[in-house]
Ligand binder design. Structure first.
Ligand code: NAD
Length: 500
């Protein structure tokens, strides 16, 4: 009997389940466990825990008391990094250094969540009229339903949930069923850090679990990160149940390189941000947009040489630059996108379709693949390809580069490489992307800035990270109060609607 990776409710792991699905090690292609899949009854159990008196006590706890737990959690994440990186790598396929990098960003998110008292403190106006003072406060929304993707098993959940917990909410979290183990490890760390049972609950599963979360009246807010198709569905369904929803979705990030740029630095940035984590990052650079034929030709040669030097390997191979993609289906869909692009007439200059790992022939590996002469009407240009296949789309001017970037369905991140301040200024002012980089490979902001894309890379106005996250996870109340001495009480009735 395979090991069952279960739910975590009221501080206890539950492995009994009617339904389950396989969990694979992408580096080898082996099934390593089964993941329990929650139904509506399990979701209800988790919501009951999250609304229990124990969870309500957390909502009423002082900031100081909550912060003690967050400080401890941060220390535990630091001291248990190596164990957690191994768990992430085994189910995700990313290399250990990449997993350690992800945990570092998770820790940064927890550190920022310790600022909750500062970012949620309200406003105050004294004596607005007749000795009345007005002030605003932010209170927890209640239960937050979190639905997360496979590609960052810890960073996204930690950044999202540490703020939600820090402001006093309780959590019902559905991790990706492809990477369920890191979630349980994370839950155990919260327990060790002193978070009361019932505040942090995990329900493993698939669409059935997501639908039950979206429909449950006890859940007030939904944080979703994942693909655009599912994110749009979650946003529409969640808001139709009158929930507050923030949904962060796919991207196709453009990297524009001007003729005056440091081409060596630009090529390095493209290779590292393009192929890192087997290109399975929402902020991965997907497309190179060189301005002018000479820039394109020089960059193409540099990138071919640097990409050929990359080494694929298992997550725990210390020599590996990147690993397998997440699943056999994902490998198939990336290969299909490459075949289609060849058929559509782009020039295939690096072909990784036949790559086979010498030891792990069943691992989900795809060698680095690169196209030149992409066109904007090709599917490969339009779709998010979540695997190591990247493309070059040539343009003649910065105007054209900005127009191409802005015409894409997605507006997550975009980058310019240039030595000219005027080009840089024009680019970041005119480009319609939520996160913009100048001479940096990945414009992923630090956690004290808001993170999020534009257009169909995000549904809903709020943010899940940064100061806006604290606002998303709290409700605003505005209080008008007066404390007259008994002899100052107003003895008259006035039906006029006026401020005095
Ligand atoms: P996904 O949409 O397949 O899954 C995300 C979550 O939705 C998972 O928990 C999954 O179990 C659930 N889900 C899957 N199918 C569902 C369905 N039919 N109905 C309801 N729920 C369903 O995404 P993924 O493959 O896990 O992650 C990769 C995607 O996430 C990419 O598109 C990537 O760009 C995106 N992403 C975006 C950001 C961002 O901040 N914008 C960050 C990371 C990843």
């Amino acid at each position: 009997m395979d090991q069952i990776i279960g739910h975590y409710i009221s501080g206890r792991c539950i492995t009994e389940t009617q339904h389950s699905g396989p969990v694979f090690n992408p580096s080898t292609g082996e099934e390593i466990a089964r993941c329990a899949y929650a139904d509506a009854t399990t979701i209800d159990l988790a919501v009951k825990a999250a609304t229990s008196p124990n969870a309500k006590k957390w909502a009423k706890a002082s900031h100081a008391a909550r912060l003690q737990v967050l400080f401890k959690m941060r220390e535990l994440m630091v001291s248990r990094t190596a164990e957690l990186a191994e768990i992430i790598g085994r189910e995700h396929g990313k290399t250990i250094p990449d997993a350690i990098g992800e945990i570092g960003r998770a820790i940064e998110g927890i550190e920022f969540a310790c600022n909750a008292p500062h970012v949620t403190k309200g406003e105050y106006a004294h004596n607005v009229a007749g000795d009345i003072d007005v002030f605003s406060i932010r209170v927890p929304v209640g239960v937050v339903g979190c639905i997360t993707p496979f590609n960052f098993p810890i960073m996204i959940p930690a950044v999202m949930m540490s703020m939600a917990v820090s402001v006093g909410n309780s959590i019902v979290w559905k991790p990706s069923e492809k990477v369920p183990s890191a979630a349980l490890f994370f839950a155990n760390l919260w327990k060790e850090a002193g978070l009361p049972d019932d505040v942090f609950n995990i329900v493993q599963g698939d669409k059935v679990a997501v639908d039950a979360i979206l429909e449950h009246p006890g859940i007030a807010a939904i944080s979703f990160v994942g693909s655009t198709q599912i994110g749009e569905y979650v946003y529409q369904k969640g808001t139709s149940y009158n929930k507050r929803v923030a949904s962060f979705t796919g991207g196709k990030n453009h990297m524009v390189v001007m003729p005056d740029a440091d081409l060596e630095a630009a090529a390095n940035a493209f290779v590292s941000a393009g192929f890192g984590s087997a290109s399975q990052r929402c902020m991965a650079v997907s497309l190179l947009i060189p301005v002018g034929a000479e820039t394109a030709n020089k960059l193409r040669e540099l990138i071919i040489e640097k990409t050929k030097a990359l080494k694929l390997g298992a997550y725990n191979d210390p020599q590996a630059d990147f690993g397998a993609v997440i699943s056999a289906q994902s490998k198939q869909s990336v290969l299909k996108a490459i075949d289609q692009c060849v058929a559509d007439g782009a020039e295939l200059i690096l072909d990784g379709r036949d790559y086979e790992h010498p030891e792990y022939k069943n691992g989900y590996y795809i060698g680095p693949t690169l196209f030149d002469h992409l066109k904007t009407d090709m599917d490969f240009y339009k779709q998010e390809v979540f695997g190591p296949a990247r493309g070059i789309l040539r343009v003649n001017t910065l105007d054209e580069a900005i127009e191409v970037t802005n015409s894409h369905e997605f507006g997550n991140g975009s980058v310019i490489f240039t030595r000219d301040g005027k080009s840089s200024h024009r680019f970041f002012m005119e480009v319609e992307s939520g996160m913009v980089g100048v001479n940096v490979p990945v414009p992923l902001p630090v956690s004290y800035f808001n993170f999020g894309g534009l257009r169909r890379s995000k549904f809903g106005e709020s943010h899940l990270y940064g100061p806006d996250a604290a606002r998303f996870y709290t409700k605003l109340k505005t209080i008008s109060q007066k404390w007259p001495a008994p002899e100052e009480n107003d003895q008259t009735i006035s039906l006029a609607f006026k401020i005095t």
